[in-house]
Write a protein that binds this ligand. Structure first.
Ligand SMILES: [Zn+2]
Length: 204
């Protein structure tokens, strides 16, 4: 599960959004190969670059909903290939409930909030981040079922984290249940590393 950082996505905002102040021009550089913990991430970055070029990012607000959905679906196939998923069963863009950007139960279905394609205040980066995050959870599940070779210490860590996993709160009582569960740390790392590497192109 990938919580929104806050409920800001659901706040009513004015329709007019300034699009000029923050845009930078990309300087595309080679995607560097990353270490084992980063399995699949370079391929995800390459897919993001291919499907979400500068004009798509800059014109996201005007981009028709059907096009946003198509981009999300196309990207999910690239990510499935990057993580070499065996049981990918498609991207489901739907109402995932208040404050939930997406979830995956390890059954191959990747659920992503419709808010990420409907809400004009969202960015393609959050969509990319969420798809990678939830698909990383699918990868973790497949690793824990023995479908992919993985470093034994990582496997042990994930199996232990899977045992402790819970959405109960407050987190103060159980920080490793969800908030700092190793599976969440890994999924957040995957999604946010893709964004970090992808947005390097745009840094001044
Ligand atoms: Zn998660």
């Amino acid at each position: 599960m990938n919580n929104f950082i806050s409920s800001r996505a659901f706040e009513v905002k004015p329709n007019e959004i300034s699009t000029s102040r923050y845009w930078l021009k990309p300087t595309i550089e080679k995607v560097e190969p990353l270490a084992e913990r980063n399995f699949g991430i370079s391929k995800c970055v390459e897919a993001a670059r291919e499907l979400f070029p500068q004009d798509v990012i800059y014109n996201w607000i005007e981009c028709p909903k059907e096009t946003r959905i198509k981009l999300a679906e196309d990207f999910s196939f690239y990510v499935a290939d990057a993580f070499e998923l065996d049981n990918f069963k498609g991207l489901y863009i739907e109402d995932t409930g208040f404050g939930c950007a997406g979830y995956n139960n390890g059954d191959g279905k990747i659920h992503v909030s419709e808010m990420l394609v409907n809400d004009k205040n969202e960015t393609p980066f959050e969509l990319i981040d969420t798809i990678v995050h939830e698909m990383r959870h699918q990868y973790q599940s497949e690793c824990m079922c023995g479908l992919h070779p993985i470093d034994n210490s990582v496997l042990k860590e994930w199996l232990a984290a899977d045992n402790l996993y819970t959405n109960d709160s407050p987190y103060a009582l159980d920080p490793w249940g969800y908030k700092y569960n190793a599976l969440e740390l890994d999924a957040r790392y995957a999604g946010e590393t893709v964004i970090r590497e992808f947005t390097k192109d745009y840094r001044a």
